[in-house]
Design a protein around this ligand. Structure first.
Ligand SMILES: [Zn+2]
Length: 122
């Protein structure tokens, strides 16, 4: 017979085949954790989405072949851009960091300047 384990504490289960938890305490702890994770995820998703929309809007009225825009940290922050959240980071061979929100990326400079890039082939 297949071994089964409590979804919360990972203890071996010996009861009914459809049993998922050792007891009601583990069941409610598991559901509490799922709920917490999902609220954290949706909060992060909301920030990333806002960042994405802000970067996308910068390129809205730009020619299709323009892939770079210069702005400032203050301007972006005033639109609600959150510099702490991105989908990936990349450091080039000169040590500069690119931060991405999907196909958009930005590079920050010490003088508050920010260069925003739109990736060509996404
Ligand atoms: Zn358990």
């Amino acid at each position: 017979m297949e071994k089964r384990y409590c979804l919360h504490c990972k203890e071996r289960l010996e009861g009914r085949r459809d049993q998922k938890y050792c007891n009601p305490i583990c069941r409610s702890a598991y559901h509490r954790k799922l709920k917490l994770e999902s609220s954290v995820q949706s909060a992060i998703h909301k920030i990333l989405r806002k960042n994405y929309i802000i970067l996308e809007e910068l390129f809205t009225h730009m020619p299709f072949d323009q892939h770079q825009i210069t702005s400032t940290k203050i301007k972006l922050a005033s639109k609600g851009f959150n510099f702490e959240y991105c989908t990936r980071v990349y450091q080039n061979n000169r040590g500069k960091w690119y931060r991405y929100v999907y196909e958009y990326s930005w590079m920050e400079f010490s003088n508050q300047k920010v260069i925003i890039y739109r990736q060509k082939d996404w």
